[in-house]
Design a protein around this ligand. Sequence first.
Ligand code: ZN
Length: 242
Amino acid sequence: MRIGVVSDVHANIVALETVLAAMGEVDVLWVLGDSVGYGPRPNECVELLRAGPHLAVAGNHEWAAIGKMSTREFNPWAARAAEWTRTELTPEIVAYLDALPTRALDGGATLVHGSPRDPIWEYVLDTDTAGENFEHFETRFCFFGHSHIPSFFRLGPDGVWGARADADEMVELGDERHRWMLNPGSVGQPRDDDPRASYMLLDLERWTATWRRVAYDIAATQDQMRKARLPERLIERLEHGW
Ligand code: ZN
């Protein structure tokens, strides 16, 4: 069983098409939220993500774009992009996003956007926060996004240990004494100073998770964003990866 894990696509269709082509055939795609917001092609990204077998959860940007949460806590650029997204989404895509759960279960894995404790809003960036969150899901694995940082946390007899994941890094998941929280990084707006799109491959025969990075045509996305009059700050950040 080969699973592709993506998060924070953020309506970046050029990045998403590049990632799916690089990923190759998978049995199922896990989508950890924030498929819309910031970027120029929200409807197309959702269509592509749900075109094949997939399991998806909602993120804060889905909720903001369909009016399920206010954009008061968003920074001004994110709020403007959310308002723009709201005017773009087709009624059919709105209905799909509205029906997404905030937590999904598949076999031994829990899927959330932010954290198992607070799936829509909490960021898991350090071992203390991760340690508390291990109490909020029952499966051995939790996959999460939201921070846009490819990373992992492992709970074992030696406590909680975490690290950022480099490109092509692989971790072994077979040891049953360990529980894991794993973040594939962001497809459409990476924030770890590497502008390449980030995703993860799970191999459930070998029990491994591997992070991958792939360069995409950033200028093409930026061009689409300028045509949509999205905030310049959001356009620029893509080439720097922050
Ligand atoms: Zn996001």
